[in-house]
Design a protein around this ligand. Sequence first.
Ligand SMILES: CC(=O)N[C@H]1[C@@H](OP(=O)(O)OP(=O)(O)OC[C@H]2O[C@@H](n3ccc(=O)[nH]c3=O)[C@H](O)[C@@H]2O)O[C@H](CO)[C@@H](O)[C@@H]1O[C@H](C)C(=O)N[C@@H](C)C(=O)N[C@H](CCC(=O)O)C(=O)O
Length: 510
Amino acid sequence: MLPTVPWSEVERRARTLPGGPVVRSGGADDLTVRGLVTDSRRVVPGSLFACVRGAASDGHRHAAAAARAGAAALLVDRPVTTDLPVLCVPWVRAQLGPLGALLAGDPALELGLVGVTGSNGKTTTSALVGGVLEAGGDRTGVVGTLGARVGTRSRLTALTTPEAPELHELLRWMVDAGARRAVVEASSIALDRGRVDGLDLDVAVFTGFEEDHLDHHGTLEHYWASKARLFEPDRTAAGVVVVDDPWGRRLADQARVPVTRVGTASDADVRVLGWRTGAAGTELLLADDTGGHRVRSRLVGRVHVGNLAAAWATGRVLGVPADRIAAGLAAVAPPRGRGTVLGGSGRPVVVVDYAHTPRALAAAITTARDLCGPGGRVHLVLGARGRRDRYKRQGLGESARAADCVWLTNEGSHGEDPAAIIAELRVGLFGTNAAVHTVPDRRQAISAAVRAAGPADVVLVVGRGHETRLLDTTDPRDAVHLDDAEVANTALIAEHGPPARGVGRAERAS
Ligand SMILES: CC(=O)N[C@H]1[C@@H](OP(=O)(O)OP(=O)(O)OC[C@H]2O[C@@H](n3ccc(=O)[nH]c3=O)[C@H](O)[C@@H]2O)O[C@H](CO)[C@@H](O)[C@@H]1O[C@H](C)C(=O)N[C@@H](C)C(=O)N[C@H](CCC(=O)O)C(=O)O
């Protein structure tokens, strides 16, 4: 439940931020506001509407709409014509963290917080850390790409890391539901835009780094710096860093907070001694300062080895006993669309995954290869999202060369020409030995791949993972329902029938 906050208190909090004058105009002494809102369409009576200048629009232009919807006051950084009380600050976006926290009753002060960043693995690692902390006895909320949840309750969110006011409201919701800890997925864009400003983390986790989101960041170094920011002493007390890539090592070396190094390297504090993975899950052997530990998980694929080890290390840093961590990791179900395994039992295995970067795709193909039966082939269903990170397409095609059969298709063109996107993927595949088919309709591509697959084969469907809406224009209202896992399941039954009795998927485990 959001508190009612005196206007004078809002002004006082706004003044705590250095950077220029804060000027209040209007508003009687007894004025109160409830909830900080950045979208005029979400204003309710009593809201404080923050006018944010964005890429596509400017919140100042929506001040009148917010007033009509019942906003009690405005937060602005340029003059607007209005009868409402106004607080004018140097930069509205910079205030979203501090004021979002205030208007949600400062929930972060009541929570132990873990932030998870990295190019790949944020969602899975967040779920694992959530499971570890729950097993340690603390109710733990998790917010990220799959939405927000605490206990059995869940809420949808639009972004991986919500804008600061929404994030603080979600933390309030978690506290009200009894949470003592929360895990927050922190995307680089969120860090860059200050969405996690004002959060004091107990632990920041780094899962790995690879070129991505350059449409937003411009350069790799800017992207890197955005992520590295989470490991500054004013943001976190400690770090857990997977050091198996040079970027992780760089971060561990440069961080000014105590860092637990995780990985296969001999100097890792939580060291992966060995692992094996199959359709039934993953098992790894870890060593830390307390000895050796065997960890079992239902997650499928070698990509999760680092994620599991990072979650283990986070539990250790937060004082969760080893047996509780192991129990927590064993209990976590694979997050939706993150290596979701379907089929098997005498039929081909289908893996639905979110991999949308060249390295993540290469790792997903390796996992698919691990899951093949004797003589089995990997069928890859591959597309690329329109109007985003075009530079990745050739690299995705190059990674796809490791598959035996590639089904190029649409992944939501967002107004681009789908055929042109496919042509760019094909550049990376030039000269490959893999059989390459083009089936622009995604449903048909998934069905064709499932139809072509034999019982020892694996069909890997990548790019969208948990997503259920596909958009081919620039108007979000044109999005249609399309769930890759649902399509694959239907195709499995149509092409290969229901599972045969007595043949378990686990029998394909390596
Ligand atoms: C780059 C970025 O962060 N963009 C987000 C941002 O856009 P923006 O600031 O440019 O906003 P804008 O659309 O220009 O509008 C300006 C302001 O006017 C407001 N407005 C607008 C229209 C209206 O009628 N009334 C109104 O009040 C908007 O709410 C906003 O406050 O604020 C919008 C409102 O919250 C978001 O929808 C939008 O996310 C875009 C769509 C997006 O897709 N962002 C992606 C790239 C993103 O942030 N992804 C990361 C990373 C994911 C990952 O790691 O894979 C994430 O954390 O999700």
